[in-house]
Design a protein around this ligand. Structure first.
Ligand code: ADP
Ligand code: MG
Length: 515
């Protein structure tokens, strides 16, 4: 069989039709409702107790840290109060061994050390005056209130939040596995290590990155329109949106329900959509998805995420490529000169190629090949050579790889559209009466816009990710071509940092009004 025919056949396994999208959206809305009604549903639909989004006038200096899935970011944010901010940040890759450390202390003390480094480097004066003060002041804490940085802690794993700076870890995702942290208050774990280093920092707010993205987008987005949804497409995927309080039926049945601020009639809900349809009633399931899941640290969970996000797309592609490489009938990466005599005796693939290792293929490779349209796909071939031990890949090899990579990327974007479309429809945001009267080619008024903030390397760097999402939204019943035009998607750059600062600000206000 020809290589390209075979590649096309594999690529076709990743097709996700308009009909699939519509089935997906209906089921997504059903599982959203289920999660709002009871705890323990597939989609957690976690109430965040944040009942309003910012409008851009907020001010102050705050710190934020973000434990994503790949990196740890530390930043300080000056909110100017006019929808703009200044941000100073540092970023460090989380060592793999800490993701699966024996104790949570190992991970959290590493995080506290990064905060100490950041303070020394960027807020040296503040840091040293605090240190001096600590040496001279007799009271135990040593800091006055104004010397302490309020910090928003963006923690992008499922937590059971029981207060603005208190929440227990439900489970690890994205390849993390430190059993002793499960069930513990992650803010306390971080505060303990901060205190051990005597840093002038108070963990004031626990923030999910999606909520942070939503807040940040709402602070910075143009016009007066509040943002509906914050969505992450990075190492993992998740979304948080503004829901009507009376639809959050499970709040009435939990003890915390009484403390809800009802003035806005709304609450931000963290969907935890990464675990949408863990039962696979509507999600696509190829042999590559199945083996990826079976060999993951959490088989059977985060099934939606495992088909969409940065941690997994490279691995899906890798598994598809390995299947072809191992098939003697398929001449992928085979040495042309000798392949006439003995099909697989020679290959241009090194024995120690990362392609043979789990997680050996990074999702950024999908972006590289998607963006490569040059003659003979030179960039793709060079990357295969430099990063993946494939010397002298032919242009046909590169085309085969690109075909499959694009299919994996496109399916991910269309699945992302299921979540976005589901939330837009479930919240009835397109149901304005104007909708019926407006012709397709008419420009969209500001008050008709449904604003969505997104963040994460995948949506930021994968070429056409947004366009693939939009295509699927146009195919969605109830949205269509006109509805899709009313949906504005904007990158919430540094979303988790600014968002965390905004929630730390809210937490400060609450704490002061309680005092
Ligand atoms: P985090 O999820 O830790 O907040 P990011 O948003 O940067 O961090 O996402 C990191 C993920 O994005 C990794 O899984 C990585 O493989 C993937 N990634 C990094 N660069 C790219 C790129 N250029 N195109 C697509 N995916 C990328
Ligand atoms: Mg992130």
């Amino acid at each position: 069989m020809g290589l390209l025919e075979e590649a096309q056949r594999v690529a076709a396994e990743f097709e996700y039709s308009a009909e699939d999208v519509n089935k997906g959206v209906k089921e997504f809305i059903r599982q959203m409702d289920e999660g709002l009604e009871k705890t323990g549903a597939t989609m957690s639909q976690i109430p965040t107790y944040v009942t309003a989004v910012p409008n851009g006038t907020e001010k102050g200096l705050y710190m934020a840290v973000d434990l994503g899935g790949t990196n740890f970011r530390v930043c300080s944010i000056q909110l100017h109060g006019n929808s703009t901010f200044s941000l100073t940040q540092s970023k460090v890759a989380i060592p793999r061994e800490l993701m699966v450390a024996k104790t949570s202390k190992e991970l959290f003390s590493f995080l506290a050390q990064q905060i100490a480094e950041f303070l020394k480097q960027h807020h040296n004066e503040h840091y040293h005056s605090s240190v001096r003060r600590r040496a001279t002041v007799s009271q135990p804490g040593g800091f006055t209130e104004e010397e302490i940085f309020s910090l928003g802690f963006t923690f992008s794993f499922p937590v059971h939040q029981v207060g603005i700076n208190k929440g227990t870890l439900i489970r690890w995702t994205k390849g993390f596995d430190i059993p002793d942290a499960v069930g513990k208050d992650v803010c306390q774990l971080l505060q303990d290590e901060i205190d051990a280093l005597h840093l002038p920092v108070k963990v004031a707010a626990l923030v999910n990155d999606t909520v942070g993205t939503l807040m940040a987008r709402s602070y910075t987005s143009p016009g007066k329109t509040g943002t509906l949804l914050g969505a992450i497409f990075g190492t993992g995927t998740n979304g948080a949106y503004v829901e009507k309080l009376d639809k959050v039926k499970k709040l009435a049945t939990t003890e915390e329900g009484g403390d809800v601020d009802k003035t806005t009639g709304e609450m931000i809900i963290n969907t935890e959509w990464g675990s949408f349809d863990n039962q696979l009633s509507v999600l696509p399931d190829t042999p590559y998805d199945r083996s990826l899941d079976a060999e993951s640290v959490n088989p059977g969970i985060q099934m939606f995420e495992k088909r969409i996000s940065g941690m997994f797309l490279g691995e899906i592609l890798r598994r598809a490529l390995i299947k072809m490489i191992k098939d003697p009938e398929v001449p992928l990466f085979s040495d042309e000169n000798s392949s006439n005599n003995d099909v697989h005796s020679t290959t241009c693939l090194a024995h120690n190629s990362p392609l043979f290792e789990q997680w050996g293929l990074d999702t950024s490779f999908l972006s590289i090949t998607a963006g490569d349209s040059g003659p003979g796909l030179k960039v793709t071939r060079q990357t295969l050579d430099k990063e993946y031990g494939v010397s002298a890949a032919s242009s046909e090899d590169a085309h085969a790889v690109k075909l499959i990579a694009s299919a994996v990327g496109k399916r991910a974007a269309r699945l992302a559209a299921v979540a976005i479309g589901g939330i837009v429809l479930a919240t009835n945001k397109l149901a304005a009466p104007k909708d019926i009267a407006t012709a397709d080619n008419e420009t969209v008024n500001e008050d008709e816009i449904v604003d969505i903030g997104v963040d994460g390397s995948l949506v930021e760097f994968y070429p056409d990710f947004e366009e693939y999402i939009r295509e699927a939204l146009r195919e969605t019943e109830g949205i269509g071509a006109h509805g899709e035009k009313r949906i504005r998607i904007g990158i919430a750059k540094d979303g988790s940092g600014v968002g965390a600062a905004l929630i730390a600000l809210v937490a400060d206000k609450v704490a002061k009004s309680d005092a």
